[in-house]
Design a binder for this molecule. Sequence first.
Ligand SMILES: [Zn+2]
Length: 328
Amino acid sequence: MNCSTFMKKLDDFIEGSVSNDLKKAMEEHIESCPNCRELYEEEKNINEMLKLTLDVEHIEFKSSRGEIMKSIDKNRYSKNLFKKMYYHFKKYSIPYTSCVALIVFLLVISPWAMKKFNPNVISGSNKQSQKSLKKEGSYSLNKENKMDTKLSSVEKPTVFLDENYQFQKEKGKVPSFNTSWRNSPNGKLSVCIEGIGPYAQEEGIGSIVIKDNDKNELWQYNIINNKKQFTPKQVEWLDNENILIIIGFGHGTVTKGGNLYILNLNSNKNYIVYDTKDLKKEIMKIEIIKKDGTTELKLPMNIYEDDNYMKSHVENLTIHDFKVIFDK
Ligand SMILES: [Zn+2]
């Protein structure tokens, strides 16, 4: 068992819905891998917290844990929130029903609130982006989360949805285990991925390094709060200030790609461009085709066909007329 498979199956494991063989393999992995053990402990605590918090006064919740967790962005909402809520209930004994009402209220209002209070979220002009804004935590470990967009060559321009990850920008060092430098269209900047080898295929967590060719300065972007160990896997210049990045799991041999993000080097904000919404579907490569003033993104996607991540095929996703629209 490797870490990537472990993470993919963790929710099922906690729910107790894995086969005996898988259960055994996962228990062995917990024993041998401190990172995954920590992740497991945290998820287990959240699960218990939720059960305790929601299972009050015999009120039955129709939603399963999976559905509840899906509505919560685990990366954004601190796990302490659950602890605090729980202790609060214990300590002050607010009438149970109003607690439940409060939770439901928080769950319902959170996507709206995040949008409202986060001025950096870019809002789209089409329905698709409105819908996607609610889907925070794109890497939620939920395999029922099927992709609702059909893969086809008629994808409409994707507008940026939300910020799932934060990069931290800091002064960079001269990279030593990096992909080759790629120049921006005007040649002022160069970019590479440092830390996971010349093809960004070694296991581990890489960072994005930007070089200002005039000033000879180096900047490094690292994903912060990176509990689930994501890493950039490919980076391409969209224009002189935006780079497209594939971000996927940093460990595990079955992972071939990830989701597509954009990072604006002026504002240092990053947004998701395309979320496959399914751990079995990963964008493997970014191809940018510019012609007649429009930009087309070709995104070959690896799709696993079975639960053991053995069999896969590739489908091509094309985003026509891709535009960057920043909400001022
Ligand atoms: Zn592990």
